[in-house]
Design a protein around this ligand. Sequence first.
Ligand SMILES: C[S@@+](CC[C@H](N)C(=O)[O-])C[C@H]1O[C@@H](n2cnc3c(N)ncnc32)[C@H](O)[C@@H]1O
Length: 456
Amino acid sequence: MTPAARIQAAIDLLSEIEATPRPADALVSQFFRNRRYIGAKDRQGVAGLVYSVLRHRGRLGWWLDRCNVMPTPRALLLAEAVLVQGRRADSVSGLFNGAKFGPEPLNDSERRLLKAVDTHTIDHPKQPEALALEVPEWAEAPLRAAFGDRFHAEMAAMLGEAPLDLRANPLKAAREQVQAALAEAGVTAAPTGLSPLGLRVQGRAPVSALPAFREGLFEIQDEGSQLVALLADPRPGMQVVDFCAGAGGKTLAIAAMMDNKGRVVASDVLEGRLTRAKERFRRAGLHNIETRALSSERDPWVKRHKGKFDRVVVDAPCSGTGTWRRNPDSRWRPLGPGLAELLPLQAAILDSAARLVRPGGRLVYATCSLLPEENERQVEAFLANHPAFRLLPVAEAWPENLGAAPVTGDTLRLTPARHDTDGFFAAVMVREEAAEATEAATSDAAGTEPPPAADV
Ligand SMILES: C[S@@+](CC[C@H](N)C(=O)[O-])C[C@H]1O[C@@H](n2cnc3c(N)ncnc32)[C@H](O)[C@@H]1O
């Protein structure tokens, strides 16, 4: 592809991302699947342009606004070329010449834009702090409240790219074996600091094309997500529910730790996600998992299985603020259901899923959010309404690993700035053996119609 053709492909891809609410990573994969003639290097070049626009979208928008130019994909890419890549306006305009496969020539306002941004860089002292950190307006106040004087450092750490983490599948290979298989394929990876199963890859190797991946020796999973699954402390022979299993990221880790012994139920309100998860379970060699599509969090299946499970993991739908490094597009997309709907939904899911926990069993509540409203506040409200449960400090829940890790407080709070993982929150709660009767009396009381399921 010529450089101009790459720009045109980036314009097409950005237009698709703007036109649909689906996450950018899914659309990027689909875009290239439908254009198999685009080679690996060009794919990387086109995706690099698109992700650079998404990663700088707030500040690029600020510049376009200042120049009175509409934020079209063409204008965003023009501004990106100058303000982020540091190219001169002349060399950029030369690529917009209407040649075959390249973009149409510039219009007047685009020419004006190039002239205005020439020799500038993306940051400008007049940009408000939150915008300079690519923090959308709706999230600024809660994130400032969450981090106080660490707001700048935490948000700055979210501007970079997320590392590529893998989780060894203990059913098929130890972490060292996976590391050796990767090295043989020319991929360098080092053990992660917190997760005993994790490997962090150096650079951006296409690991899913490797035989070791196809044979299920490892999964692609952020270290923070691995820790959430490990916190449930699933053991062989246990009965476990992954209540918001989605495409099965945490289910895979949980089931593998159980050595294929016992039972894991992967449930979700979106059946399509569970169907996709099944292929991953098969590749990983797991046959102790069953999937269960729920009509809502109060599906009758839950009541029928009250008190039957040793572990219940609730990886709740959330704002996703902890994954901004990985999904930069999600900062600027409308929040889907919005916090006003997410907060009661999270509480309702936790409330209902808690019924499944047997006396002495564990309930793990997790989100990939950085907002206390979705995290600590939800757990506090749950504990206040469910005296049968008590918080188990994470260092006690999993002393052999987290005891030595830089994790403070009773709950797990991971951030890119502090732990170089995605932002995650997890709390472990235990249903007291003696409190069964009290809890049983209160848990089935509220039978109100649930809010619609959110695809988050
Ligand atoms: C954060 S995602 C789960 C990610 C998944 N656990 C993983 O590790 O790959 C949250 C999931 O909650 C599901 N969900 C949304 N509303 C729900 C509800 N009312 N009951 C159960 N699951 C729900 C969504 O469909 C979504 O798959």
